[in-house]
Design a protein. Sequence first.
Length: 342
Amino acid sequence: MQLKELGEKPLIDILGKKFSKADPRVLKGIGDDCAAVLPARGKALLSSTDTLTEEVHFSLTYSPPKLLGRKLVNISVSDIAAMGGTPLFILLALTMPATIGEDFVSELYRGVEEACGENATILIGGNLSSTAGESPIVLTSVVLGEVSESEMICRTGAAPGESIYITGSPGEAALGLIGLQSDGPSAITRSPYRNSVARHLDPKPRTKIARTIARKGLATSMMDTSDGLASDLAALAKASNIGAMVKTTLIPISPEMKTYLKDNSLGLDVPLCGGEDYELLFTAREENKEDIERLAGQSGIPITRIGTTEPRDESSKTGNVRFIQNDGKELELKNKGFDHYK
């Protein structure tokens, strides 16, 4: 059955029953003009919005709707995590052609339900709209979270002389996209880069690690890597008014990325500039080194020191983020990371 046969209000009724989980802080959820929730005393409210647009962020030729639903939730939860917060509630706005099948929507919301469950996040409302004709699908999420003001981590707290860390292995999601664009849906199970394909289609926010970092005060600044390590580090450095020096030999390279780099001439452009990893990029003082290493061991997620912060040089022609190779020369990147308008 297509949405034009089902209708908007019956779909809202279905979703209202599916996402009717009771929570003492939710006064009104799906079905009213607004959702109403009770704020926690002494906590800062965090909010973030993300959009996935067909043929910009995903293609229906290789993106299963269930994984789209999961990704829609997880990429916004990642923003809450990046500021040390706890995700609580989410609203979704879906704009789709009326010819989309009910089974597509059902699978999409199955993914939403799974991701909400994994993140202890409740869907409390949103909006449904149709496109004109067969225009691209547009999926938007708004997530609300909270954090104690004393534990909130922003991009602005770094100072020269600190260490730069990253979780996971950068560029995996971009490598997964390369596999999908090359092999189509079969890349999910048969690509030599199938672990990277999974990282692209189903990113995992580092919420637990981020909360521990925030609770223990281990980071001076932090953000997630949605646009690529090089681009995001430049954004963090600008926000904190610092420079940054990364040693390319310290960058963690996944086994699949090593295989890819052997057969391709792009060098480190994919791991440094590939977006949609949603890993944590943060700075920390030397005194927190052992606690960070201990956290990596306890979580099972690699946390790698890749460089140091330094004074910002406004006269620099190459920018204030430098990637230094083993021979001491600065690496020149062909790609600067994802930009919606370039």
